[in-house]
Write a protein that binds this ligand. Structure first.
Ligand SMILES: Cc1cc2nc3c(=O)[nH]c(=O)nc-3n(C[C@H](O)[C@H](O)[C@H](O)COP(=O)(O)OP(=O)(O)OC[C@H]3O[C@@H](n4cnc5c(N)ncnc54)[C@H](O)[C@@H]3O)c2cc1C
Length: 479
C-alpha cells in the first residue's frame, strides 16, 4: 500500500478518546491513513491513568475504571488488543450494592449465582436481566448503535426494547426485596439522570447483562492499557496520534478527505464556526448537559473495611442506600440540589488486579453524581458515604486527590460542567443524539462527522460511536 505523507492523511480525527481512537482504527484497518489530533499531552481521553504524586508506582484511573461495555464492545472485541498489552481482570464479585443493615445485593458474573444470591428476587432478575444477557452478544450491534435504523434482528430487538423503555422506578417495583431493587437501581443510575425517566431501565439492563456475559473488568495496570493498546495497533497500521495539538478552528486541521470529531456538538460548533449551517448551529445551542461527577482518588492502607463481607470481594460498589433513597438523590441532583448523601460509585481495582497494590497501599476510586457545574466541596460527602457502609474507612486513608467538575472540564472540554455522558440523558437526547437519523454521526458540513459519546450509543468506554461514525465516513472514502 502506498502511504500518504504525514501532512496529508486521508482522514483526521480530532480527539484521542476511546471513540476517536475507535474511529481511527476503523478507517486504518481499511487501509486509510489517519492522523489523530489530541489537545492533551497524552492520548486516551477518559481512559487515562496517573501516578500518585505521593506514592511512586501507585496508579489512579483519571476517569473510567470499570469496563462492562469495553469488554463487551462488539467493535473492540474484533481488535487484537490483547497482543498490544490489554488484559481484562475480573474481581471475584462484579458489583455490590451495600445496604445499611450490613448486607449487600450482589452481581456475580455468573447469572445463576446472582439469581441464587437474590433469593426471592432471583427469578425476577433472571426474567429481566437474564433475558437481556442471553441476547446480549447477538444484539450488541443493534443495542450499541443508532436507535433509528434497520436492526439486524428486528423481532429480538423489539422484544428487548419494550421493557427497556420503562423508567427504572417502574421496573424496580418488580422486585420484592430491598437488595434486588437497590441493586438494579444502582446499575440503572449509570444513566446519570432521574430514575423516573423513560429508558433508564435500558441502561440498567444493558450494563447488568454485559456484566453477566463479559464481566465488569478493570484493565491490568490501569485503564491506560486500553488507549495504549489502541494507539499501538493504530501505529502498527501506519497511522499516527499527535498530542499537545488543540484544535480551535478548521485552520488547525491538516487537509484530509474526511474529519471526525470526538467532541461534543457544542465543541464542534465552536471549532467549525461559520461553516456550520444555521439549522445545525441552533441544534447545538439546544444541546443540554446533565449532572456532573465530583471525584476523590484515595490512597488506602490495607482493605476498605466494608460491613458486608461480599463488598470486600467486589470490584465495583454502588453506594446510595435503598432504591427510594437512591432515586430521590438522583432526582434532586438533576434539579440542581447537592444532597447530603449523593449516589457514589467506588472501584477497588486491586481486588481484580493485585498489581495495583504498592507496599500495602491501594488506590480507591470514588465519584459522586452532583449537580451540573457544582462548586461545593463534595469530598466529605463522598467519604461519608463510604464510611456509612465501611466504618473506620477514614482512619485508613493515607492521601486524597480531589477532582471537581470544573477541573474535569478544564482537563477535557468534552466534560461540560462535569457531565461525563456527553449530554444529558433526557429521553429526547437519547433518541435524537444529536439528531434523529439512521446516521446521526454525519453532520451537514461536507466531510465532517461527530464520533463522541454525544452520539449513539452514548457514554462509556466501548468505541461504538467512533466505529459507527467511521463506517459512515467510509462510504465517502470508498465512493
Ligand atoms: C469520573 C469518570 C468516571 C467514569 N467511569 C467510567 C467507567 O468506569 N467505565 C466506563 O466505561 N466509562 C466511564 N466514564 C465515561 C467514559 O470515560 C467516557 O464515556 C468515554 O471516555 C467517552 O469517550 P469519548 O472518546 O467519546 O470522549 P473522551 O474520552 O472524553 O475523549 C475526548 C478526547 O478529545 C480531546 N479533545 C476534545 N476537544 C479537543 C480539541 N478541540 N482539540 C483536540 N482534542 C480535543 C479530549 O482532550 C479527549 O482526549 C467515566 C467518566 C468520568 C469522567
Amino acid at each position: 500500500m502506498v502511504r500518504t505523507r504525514l501532512s496529508e492523511p486521508d482522514a483526521v480525527v480530532v480527539g484521542a478518546g476511546p471513540n476517536g481512537l475507535a474511529a481511527a482504527l476503523t478507517l486504518a484497518r481499511e487501509g486509510f491513513k489517519v492522523t489523530v489530533l489530541e489537545r492533551n499531552d497524552e492520548p486516551g481521553g477518559g481512559t487515562r491513568t496517573y501516578e500518585d504524586p505521593q506514592v511512586p508506582g501507585l496508579l489512579h484511573d483519571h476517569c473510567s475504571a470499570v469496563h462492562p461495555l469495553g469488554a463487551g464492545s462488539p467493535f473492540l472485541r474484533t481488535l487484537p488488543l490483547g497482543e498490544h498489552g490489554l488484559e481484562w481482570c475480573h474481581a471475584p464479585i462484579a458489583a455490590a450494592h451495600p445496604l445499611d443493615d450490613g448486607t449487600a445485593g450482589v452481581v456475580h458474573r455468573d447469572l445463576a449465582a446472582t439469581v441464587a444470591g437474590l433469593g426471592a428476587d432471583g427469578q425476577t432478575w433472571d426474567r429481566l436481566v437474564g433475558a437481556a444477557a442471553r441476547r446480549f452478544d447477538a444484539l450488541g450491534d443493534d443495542l450499541l448503535g443508532p436507535i433509528v435504523g434497520v436492526p439486524r434482528h428486528p423481532l429480538a430487538t423489539a422484544r428487548a426494547g419494550v421493557p427497556a423503555l420503562l423508567p427504572a422506578t417502574v421496573t424496580a417495583r418488580s422486585f420484592e426485596t430491598q437488595a434486588g431493587a437497590a441493586l438494579f437501581g444502582g446499575i440503572a443510575a449509570h444513566a446519570v439522570t432521574r430514575l423516573d425517566r423513560p429508558l433508564t431501565t435500558a441502561v440498567g439492563l444493558l450494563l447488568a447483562a454485559a456484566g453477566h456475559v463479559h464481566g465488569w473488568p478493570v484493565a491490568r495496570g490501569g485503564s491506560q492499557a486500553i488507549w495504549k493498546a489502541m494507539v499501538s495497533l493504530l501505529e502498527e497500521l501506519g497511522s499516527e496520534v499527535v498530542t499537545g495539538h488543540h484544535v480551535g478552528s478548521f485552520a488547525d486541521i491538516p487537509r484530509a478527505r474526511v474529519a471526525l470529531f470526538d467532541t461534543t456538538p457544542t465543541g464542534l460548533a465552536w471549532i467549525v464556526g461559520d461553516h456550520l449551517p444555521e439549522r445545525e448551529r441552533r441544534r447545538a445551542g439546544r444541546w443540554r448537559y446533565g449532572p456532573a461527577a465530583a471525584k476523590v482518588d484515595f490512597v488506602v492502607r490495607g482493605e476498605v473495611p466494608w460491613s458486608a463481607p461480599d463488598a470486600r470481594r467486589a470490584g465495583t460498589l454502588h453506594l446510595g442506600g435503598d432504591f427510594e433513597e437512591l432515586a430521590a438523590a438522583e432526582a434532586a441532583t438533576v434539579d440542581g440540589v447537592l444532597v447530603e448523601r449523593p449516589f457514589t460509585l467506588v472501584s477497588q481495582p486491586h481486588v481484580a488486579d493485585p498489581s495495583r497494590e504498592v507496599d500495602g497501599l491501594v488506590p480507591i476510586w470514588a465519584y459522586a453524581h452532583v449537580p451540573h457545574g457544582c462548586v461545593e466541596d463534595v469530598a466529605p460527602l463522598i467519604e461519608g458515604q463510604i464510611e456509612r457502609f465501611a466504618p473506620g474507612f477514614g482512619e485508613r486513608v493515607v492521601a486524597r486527590h480531589v477532582t471537581t467538575p470544573a477541573e474535569f472540564e478544564a482537563d477535557n472540554p468534552n466534560l461540560v460542567g462535569g457531565d461525563i455522558t456527553g449530554g444529558a440523558s433526557l429521553p429526547m437526547q437519547l433518541l435524537a443524539r444529536p439528531r434523529l437519523s439512521p446516521d446521526p454521526y454525519r453532520t451537514q458540513i461536507p466531510g465532517v462527522w461527530l464520533c463522541s459519546s454525544s452520539t449513539p450509543p452514548g457514554g462509556g468506554v466501548h468505541g461504538m460511536a467512533g466505529y459507527h461514525a467511521a463506517r459512515s465516513a467510509l462510504k465517502v472514502l470508498t465512493a
